[in-house]
Design a protein around this ligand. Sequence first.
Ligand code: GDP
Ligand code: ZN
Length: 294
Amino acid sequence: MQGKIVKGIAGFYYVDVAESGIYECRARGIFRKEKQKPLVGDNVEIQVLDEKEREGNLVKIFPRTSQLIRPAAANVDQALVIFAVRQPDPNLDLLDRFLVAMEQQRVPAVICFNKSDLEEEGQAERLRRIYEGCGYRVLAVSAKEEQGIGQIREILEGKTTVVAGPSGVGKSSITKLLQQEISMETGEISRKLGRGKHTTRHAQLIRIGSHTYLMDTPGFSSLTVGGMEKEELRQYFPEFLPYEGSCRFQGCVHIHEPGCAVKAALEDGKVDAGRYASYVSFFEELKEKEKRRY
Ligand code: GDP
Ligand code: ZN
């Protein structure tokens, strides 16, 4: 049978098989010998050992289309990053860090601003203008009023999506709404997964439709930029790319160089000042890290 690993804990892999539910599986020695570590999100073949107890063995991992490092997961198609329009006010430094991390791992990101019902001064529109201007898809929704949830559902359909964002922005509220339709069906899944032996939070996939999975990540409050040279950072600000090659100096990092096309675009208001400030601050951070390395 074929299925998808939705959770991995202490040598056990929980494999969701369409139409028949979750099996608790162990990886056979062959994976250890080949140094192949199964990941949440892997599409696998299993051999059922005990149908009643729903236990089996992993026998094969199908080739991965992608591999995320943080959180560790295979075959992730996209990320949905959720912030609130207000309460808490969106921390755009944190959002920009997250977007850089996704660009670095080549995972397309969709940005969702929740709590649009609390909006007072057109915050959602302002945020939309900034991030759509960078080429991101931006949604303004309200879990409270169930506004825009259908739009999220459309974006998620048929894909595996990592859901991220700081705590308090409404991630669980949105996930609950998305799960509602199949909550009957997932009763069985929760029973098998919820055996409560373990307390640490692990990456886990939740099926919200046929072949549609969400990966819940713990809420984060900080992220560091890393795993790259500072000269690489500019590639991860997609709104800079149209100007790449138009600066006076080749290899311009768009900070102090004269004749910089990105800085000219900033002056013209074509590049957002807040985004540019994030760029400069992340660049400095990478520079500091480099100094410490030598
Ligand atoms: P999480 O920490 O990101 O999972 O956030 P929760 O889903 O737990 O929501 C945090 C708080 O915000 C709760 O009190 C929710 O009732 C509230 N909340 C969630 N979505 C909305 C929304 O769209 N509008 C308003 N006004 N409050 C919301
Ligand atoms: Zn430049």
